[in-house]
Design a protein around this ligand. Structure first.
Ligand code: TXA
Ligand code: MG
Length: 319
């Protein structure tokens, strides 16, 4: 199969309506999309990703009115979040309607829904009369793609189209939120900061780890991981001076140090948002460098997107 990379939204709509899988840009990461109400189309996504059947996928749409077809209820606190943050990097777990195929939710009682904030994909969704099921466009367990070329690396020759929406502005996945017994629970830390959620609805519960059957595989201990070894450190300046091995590369949030050619810093302006946007690309760049066997990453400040980055870091470095 020939894979094309272009910006023709109506061609993407045509392919998706014919049951094909197309890579789409969002503000968080690229997704591997298909008709979310058609079981056979969603199955192809699972096959392409090598994704286990127990791992549900998120449905994407462009309007709150279209969400109602997919769910039986939107509890008030979650509706407040939807109104405030959609379109945006927020996924809500809501009681599913009978329209949603089992394969989408992996048989779970809730469906994950989000309205992404990317002009090209919003335009695409407005042309469709079905939602798009879309997990991140990477092989299961690997680092998520934030540029068309990341998707190309894994799926060239296997899908007809990568819709080229440029570099993702947020760069890490959406924050996943739901309710349990009247309480709001965050299941995956993502680019919407927990602090922003709490400003709207007050305190929330964090439940982002799971050892057995995960509520969300982003909860798995090892996930988002490159092939090379990843080590977390508290202070890169200190670590680097004792670490002269030329096969080690470094990633840091921001730094005054001259870190040399094997280093990348993620923000020049102390911006965690900018760091998040650059994080996966830095990880993949070092992962592809054949002379590097270890990637050493400095912990992020533990606020806003830094919390999510530290979480990804822990999972990328888990043995
Ligand atoms: O930013 C994002 O959310 C990106 C873009 C493409 O929208 N998508 C994404 O999808 O990260 P994925 O499949 O890579 O991660 C979605 C996570 C998975 O860990 C999945 O288990 C969880 O969401 N999830 C989806 N539906 C769920 C459900 N019904 N119940 C529990 N967890 C769910
Ligand atoms: Mg993923």
């Amino acid at each position: 199969m020939q894979t094309r990379i272009h910006q023709d939204v109506s061609e993407a709509a045509r392919l998706l309506s014919a049951g094909e899988v197309v890579a789409i840009p969002t503000e968080t990461v690229y997704g591997l999309a298909a008709d979310g109400l058609d079981e056979a189309s969603v199955k192809r996504i699972f096959f392409l990703k090598g994704r286990p059947a127990y791992d549900p996928v998120i449905l994407h749409t462009d309007q709150l009115e279209k969400v109602w077809r997919l769910v039986t209820e939107i509890p008030e606190p979650l509706l407040m979040l939807a109104r405030k943050f959609w379109p945006g990097p927020l996924t809500l777990l809501l009681p599913r309607s009978t329209e949603v195929p089992d394969i989408v939710t992996a048989g779970l009682p809730r469906v994950g829904v989000r309205i992404p904030k990317h002009p090209m994909t919003l335009q695409l969704l407005s042309l469709l009369d079905f939602p798009l099921a879309a997990p991140s466009a990477n092989p299961f367990g690997y680092v998520s793609p934030t540029r068309p070329e990341h998707v190309w690396k894994h799926f060239a020759g296997r899908i007809p189209l990568i819709l080229d929406g440029g570099v993702c502005t947020q760069g890490i996945e959406s924050t996943i939120v739901g309710m349990e017994e009247g309480l709001v629970v965050v299941y995956r830390l993502g680019s919407l900061p927990v602090e922003a959620i709490q400003e709207v609805i007050g305190p929330v519960i964090l439940r982002t780890y799971s050892t057995s059957r995960p509520e969300a595989p982003g909860m798995l201990i090892r996930h988002y991981a490159p092939h090379k070894r990843v080590i977390i450190c508290d202070d890169l300046a200190e670590t680097k001076s004792s670490q002269e091995d030329p096969a080690c590369a470094f990633i840091t949030f921001t730094s005054d140090l001259d870190l040399g050619p094997r280093s990348r810093w993620l923000s020049s302006s102390f911006s965690l948002e900018e760091a998040a946007a650059n994080f996966y690309h830095a990880l993949q760049t070092w992962d592809e460098e054949k002379d590097i066997h270890t990637i050493i990453i400095e912990k992020f400040p533990d606020t806003a997107q830094g919390k999510a980055l530290n979480d990804k870091l822990r999972r990328a470095s888990a043995e």
